[in-house]
Design a protein around this ligand. Structure first.
Ligand code: FAD
Length: 417
C-alpha cells in the first residue's frame, strides 16, 4: 500500500456511506463517517423488504455493522453534521458539530426509561404514522444501539428517565461538541428524501384521508411498524381491501421532479406484493405511465404482475378525492381500454420519487450541485466526491457499486496529494 497521507471524510451513513467507509477502511485508510441522525442505515433501514429478492434490509445492514464495529480505521460520529469545509484536495479543513443525544455509551437499552417517560412525539422512523416517547431508540436494530432524547418533546422540569436509569447513562446537561479535522478527500453520501407530496395539488396528500406515500407504505408493511405489519389504513385502522398505487406522483413532471427516480415502479410492485400477502383478499390497482424495470428487474416485474388481483391500469391519474366513510376516489385515464375510470378504494399510495437531500441545503462553496440538486463532480476541486443517491437516483445495488468507485477515487486523492 502507498504511504498514507490523509483521512477520508464520508458524509451520510446510509447504505452508500457505510459501503464507502468500509471499502476504504478495509484496505487500511482512515475514515471519519458522519451521520446527522442518531443511527446509521439511512432510508433502507425503514424498508420492509428489498426488491428483487424480497429480503429484509436490516439483515444486510447488520452484516455491514459487523464489519464496521471492529474496524480500527473507522471513526463514526452520529447525530453530527458538517458545519464548514475549506481548503483543497489533500488538505481540507472541516468543522463538525455533534449534537447531544443526552444518553451515553453506558446505555444497555433496558427500556426502563421509556416505561417512565410521560412525553410523546411523532415517530420520524414511521413517518409520523405513530408516536414514540421523548426518550426513544429509532428501531430495534439501530446502530449504535442507544436511546436518544428529543428535548423539544420533554417537560423541562422532568427527570424521570434519569431516576429510572440504573446505569448512569442519561445526562440531561450534555452539550453540542465541535470537532475540527483535516482530511484529504470528502465523499458526500447524503442520499435522498421523499418528494413532498403536499406540493402535488391534485393527488390529495395531506388533504384526503387514507392517501399515503410509498415510504409510509414500507412502514405499514413492516412487522415493527405502526400497524405491526397489518394492512390497516391510517384514518380508522380498517383493513385495506383495495389499494390504488399512483405511479410517477410528481415525477417526470417539469412542475415537480423532472426526472425518473428509477425505482418507484419496482417499489410499487414490491408493495403490491406486501399487500397481497398481508391480505389475500386485497385487490390492487397500479396506475402507471409505463413500467420501468431495467435489466435484471424485468423478471421480478413480470412475476409480480402474474397475480390476477394486481390490476395494471395504463393511464395518468387526474384527481384523488375523498369518498364515503374514509374511502378514496381515483379518477384516471385508461389508455388501453379507452375512456376514463373512476374507482373507489380503501387507500391510495402515491409513488413519490427521490429528491436529493442536498437540494436547498446551505452548502460549502466547494460542493457543486447539478440542475436537479444532486452532488455533481467538481473538476476544479477533485477531492470532493459523491456516492449513491447523493449523486443520482437509483437502487441499492447501483448505490453500493457507486460507493466502491467513490472509495477508490477518495483513496486516489489521498495517495496523490
Ligand atoms: C419507496 C422506495 C422503495 C425502495 N425500495 C428499494 C428496494 O426494495 N430495493 C432497492 O434496491 N432500492 C430501493 N429503493 C432505493 C433505495 O432507497 C436507495 O437506493 C438507497 O436508499 C440509497 O442509499 P443512500 O445511502 O445513497 O441514501 P440514503 O438511504 O438516503 O442515506 C443517506 C444518509 O445520509 C444522511 N444524511 C443526509 N444529509 C446529511 C448531512 N447533511 N449530514 C450527515 N448525514 C446526512 C441521512 O440521514 C442518511 O442516513 C427504494 C426507494 C424508494 C423511494
Amino acid at each position: 500500500m502507498a504511504e498514507q497521507k490523509g483521512k477520508i471524510l464520508v458524509i451520510g451513513g446510509g447504505i452508500s456511506g457505510v459501503s464507502t467507509a468500509l471499502e476504504a477502511a478495509e484496505v487500511g485508510y482512515d475514515v471519519i463517517l458522519v451521520e446527522k441522525n442518531p443511527s446509521l442505515g439511512g432510508r433502507v433501514s425503514r424498508f420492509y423488504q428489498y426488491f428483487p429478492k424480497l429480503c429484509p434490509p436490516l439483515c444486510g445492514l447488520e452484516i455491514n455493522y459487523k464489519r464496521l464495529k471492529p474496524n480500527p480505521y473507522i471513526q463514526t460520529l452520529t447525530n453530527s453534521e458538517v458545519e464548514s469545509i475549506s481548503g483543497e484536495p489533500g488538505k481540507y479543513q472541516v468543522k463538525i458539530t455533534t449534537n447531544p443525544t443526552f444518553v451515553n455509551e453506558k446505555c444497555v437499552i433496558c427500556d426502563k426509561c421509556t416505561e417512565v417517560c410521560p412525553s410523546e412525539r411523532e415517530s420520524e422512523h414511521n413517518y409520523g404514522l405513530d408516536k414514540t416517547k421523548a426518550i426513544f431508540i429509532p428501531h430495534k436494530m439501530a446502530y449504535p444501539a442507544r436511546f436518544t432524547i428529543d428535548r423539544d418533546a420533554c417537560d423541562p422540569s422532568c427527570s424521570k428517565c434519569v431516576e429510572a436509569c440504573e446505569y448512569d447513562a442519561i445526562d440531561l446537561q450534555m452539550q453540542p461538541k465541535t470537532t475540527d479535522i483535516e482530511v484529504a478527500a470528502i465523499v458526500y453520501a447524503t442520499g435522498w428524501k421523499p418528494y413532498d407530496a403536499n406540493k402535488i395539488d391534485n393527488l390529495g396528500f395531506g388533504k384526503v384521508e387514507n392517501v399515503i406515500n410509498n415510504v409510509m407504505m414500507e412502514r405499514i408493511a413492516h412487522g415493527q411498524g405502526p400497524t405491526q405489519g397489518q394492512l390497516l389504513r391510517p384514518s380508522d385502522q380498517k383493513k385495506a381491501d383495495s389499494i390504488a398505487f399512483v405511479q410517477c406522483a410528481g415525477s417526470r413532471d417539469e412542475n415537480h421532479l423532472p426526472y425518473c427516480s428509477a425505482v418507484c415502479c419496482l417499489a410499487s410492485l414490491k408493495q403490491a406484493r406486501y399487500a397481497r400477502l398481508a391480505n389475500p383478499d386485497a385487490k390492487i390497482y397500479i396506475f402507471y405511465i409505463d413500467i420501468r424495470s431495467p435489466g435484471k428487474y424485468e423478471d421480478f416485474a413480470t412475476e409480480i404482475q402474474k397475480d390476477e388481483n394486481i390490476i395494471m391500469v395504463k393511464g395518468k391519474v387526474a384527481k384523488v378525492t375523498q369518498g364515503q366513510g374514509g374511502n378514496v376516489v381515483v379518477e384516471a385515464e385508461d389508455i388501453l381500454n379507452g375512456g376514463k375510470v373512476s374507482l373507489e378504494v380503501d387507500m391510495v399510495v402515491l409513488a413519490t420519487g427521490m429528491e436529493s437531500s442536498m437540494k436547498g441545503a446551505n452548502l460549502p462553496d466547494v460542493v457543486q450541485l447539478d440542475e436537479n440538486g444532486f452532488v455533481a463532480p467538481n473538476l476544479q476541486n477533485h477531492g470532493i466526491l459523491s456516492a449513491g443517491v447523493a449523486k443520482f437516483p437509483g437502487d441499492v445495488n447501483s448505490s453500493i457499486q457507486d460507493s466502491t468507485g467513490a472509495a477508490l477515487k477518495a483513496i486516489q486523492t489521498v495517495v496523490g496529494n
